[in-house]
Every structure is written in C-alpha cells, then in structure tokens.
Design a protein around this ligand. Structure first.
Ligand SMILES: Nc1ncnc2c1ncn2[C@@H]1O[C@H](COP(=O)(O)OP(=O)(O)OP(=O)(O)O)[C@@H](O)[C@H]1O
Length: 330
C-alpha cells in the first residue's frame, strides 16, 4: 500500500431502490489531495461514510491505509481522521479543552505544547479558553479540523471543510492542507467550491448519477471542454452579421447578439482581433475573454452549475469585461 492510500473498486450503495453509488472505483496516491466533486445529493458524503467505516456498502472492495474497511475497521479508524464526524466539537468545553480531550482519547501524553501549537496554527489562541458554544461557525470548523490533526493521522477526510468560512479562514485552511500534504498526509476532500479543488487537488473525480463521470488532474478536466475564447456583443443583428463574415471562426448567438471567437487569449491575438474589427468599421458593445475553468467542466459534465454562489463568483473572476469603447481606445 506504500503508494496507494485509498483503493476502491465496484463500490455500490443503495437506499431502498435508490442507487446512490453504482459501482464506483478510484485510487488515491499517498501524500496527495484527491477531491470528489458532484452536485448536491450525488453521494459524496455517502462515499466518505463508507470509506471511514461509518456505513457498510452493498458491494465493493475498499482498502484504506492498506486495510480492508469491511474486516479491519479498527485499523482503518486508527489510521484516519475525519472532520465533523469523529472529532465532534463539545460545545460546553473550551477550544483548549476540546483539543486536550482529543489528545486524551488518542492517549497522547503531555499534550500541552501540541494543543497550544494547534490553537496558534488555527488562529484560535485568543479564544482558546472560551466555551466552544461562543465560537462562530468558522471558528468551530477550524477547531474541528485542529481536533482531527491530533495524533497526526496519515489519511484525512475533509467533507466540505470550508463551507461557510470567510475568505481569509478559507485560505488558512488551504495553507494547512498544503502543509499536511507536504508532510506526506493524504487528503480526501469533498467540496462544493470548484476553485478549492482547482487550488488543492492533484486528482479530481466528478460524481454524477451514481457514477464517476470524469476523473483526472484539474488541467486534464479543463482540456476536455472548449477552450479560451473571446466573446463579442453587438448592438444590432446587422453588425453581428458583418462581424461573423469578418471573423469566420466565430460562433454566433443571435438571441444574445454575440459572437464567440476561439483565441489563445494573448494580448497579440486580442489586438489582432480588435484591429480586424476596426478595419471593417465594426464596434462591439462588449468584449470579454473567457478561459474555461472547473465550473465550465462541471456544467458540461453534469448539466448543472456547481452551486449558485461559486458559479457566479467564477464567472466574474474568469471574464474580463471591458466596454468596447475602452477596449478599442488606443
Ligand atoms: N440514510 C439515508 N436514507 C435514504 N436516503 C439517503 C440517506 N442518506 C443519504 N440519502 C440520499 O442519498 C443521496 C446521496 O446523499 P449524500 O449525502 O451522499 O450526497 P452528497 O453528494 O454528499 O450531497 P450534498 O452535497 O448535498 O451533501 C441523496 O439523494 C440523499 O437524499
């Protein structure tokens, strides 16, 4: 198992007559981040529950840390950490006490330094001696992850670890994930933020309709869908027609009055394109460069956006929209 932290074949799980996982298989290399993406209800949490021994599958061979989850439950449990499950935060205890309790459970002696270190690392030092019930949602999540790290598990399952966190806390989490991986820890991450998978994961599996519909590195997934293009919007259909004649590689959308022109997105290519328009006395109302991101991949594969919020954020971040007057001004 040296190089394979998790190996799954033919994993099947049904609830009544509803097939949630229809024989999925994948491998996770030791010391890597593997991210499972999928629309709501796709079966991500069910997968985590099976891999962490909390739920029995109907079929499948599953090894975690080299142990069989069906017959070596105890060994699997001692090799893994799970946020939000084993490491349940006790609201009546302080942050420090919660961490101490976890250290006691794992039979770690003289854990004082370990506990203070974790409180510092998760920016919880100031609130360390306040009851967890007074913590914000983000602070609780951080405490939860800190508790998972007690005992340095080799494989960590993070089920949507940054949902609801502010951007700064999200970045802190990302840094911690990167540090863990650099130290050889394996991370199994489910997330609804595609940029998070893009940032952190070496391999991504997209789960939809009970099956893995795509699997690869973020770059491989992005290459599966149409590439970078420029989107031009015109004021009238006549202008769109003229532009489509001048730029024959473009794809027209009459209802939107747009022309989508493939481009490598370099400033040289963009300048050439604008020159072509100017030579033909054409002016676009809107000019934007669009690079495919994981949201596009997700949409193309599952037919639905990842989630309203992240899809909207991503559109903003990947499209550089300039009013035509600005873009063509020299
Ligand atoms: N105990 C259960 N009994 C019956 N159906 C269940 C049970 N647990 C989950 N399901 C159903 O199985 C499907 C998969 O659920 P799961 O929680 O694994 O999805 P998910 O991908 O984690 O979704 P989300 O992103 O919304 O958390 C859902 O349709 C859910 O309603």
């Amino acid at each position: 198992m040296e190089n394979t932290a998790i190996a799954v074949t033919g994993l099947r799980k049904t609830y009544g007559d509803k097939v949630v996982l229809d024989g999925i298989g994948f491998e996770v290399a030791s010391g890597s981040v593997f991210s499972m993406l999928g629309p709501n209800g796709a079966g991500k949490t069910t997968t985590v529950n099976v891999l962490t021994t909390l739920m029995k599958p109907d079929a499948g061979a599953i090894r975690v840390a080299g142990y069989d989850v069906a017959t070596q439950t105890k060994q699997v449990r001692s090799a893994i950490g799970v946020t939000g499950q084993f490491a349940a935060v006790d609201e009546l205890l302080t942050g420090r006490e919660n961490l101490r309790m976890m250290a006691d459970l794992k039979r770690i002696r003289s854990a004082g330094q370990l506990v203070s270190g974790l409180l510092e690392r998760f920016e919880l030092a100031e609130a360390a001696d306040k009851q967890a019930s007074t913590y914000s949602g983000g602070m609780r999540r951080k405490l939860d992850l800190a508790m998972t790290l007690v005992g340095s598990p080799r494989i960590i399952f993070l089920d949507e670890p940054t949902t609801g966190l502010d951007p700064r806390s999200r970045r802190t989490m990302w840094e911690i994930v990167r540090e863990l991986v650099a130290d050889g820890t394996t991370i199994f991450l489910t997330t609804q933020y595609l940029d998070e998978a893009d940032q952190l994961a070496g391999q991504i599996a997209v789960l939809d309709g009970g099956r893995i519909v795509a699997h690869g590195t973020p770059e491989e997934l992005k290459r599966q869908i149409p590439g970078t293009h420029v989107r031009l919007r015109f004021a009238t259909l006549a202008e769109l027609d003229s532009a489509a004649r001048v730029l024959p590689s473009g794809t027209r959308d009459e209802s939107e009055l747009t022309l989508r022109v493939p481009s490598d997105g370099t400033s040289r290519a963009l300048r050439a394109l604008l020159d072509r328009l100017e030579e033909n006395a054409l002016d676009s109302e809107e000019f934007s460069v669009h690079t495919p991101d994981l949201d596009d991949v997700f949409l193309a594969l599952t037919g639905q956006p990842a989630d309203g919020e992240s899809a909207a954020q991503s559109t903003e971040s990947t499209q550089t929209t300039h009013p035509a007057t600005e873009a063509t001004a020299s």
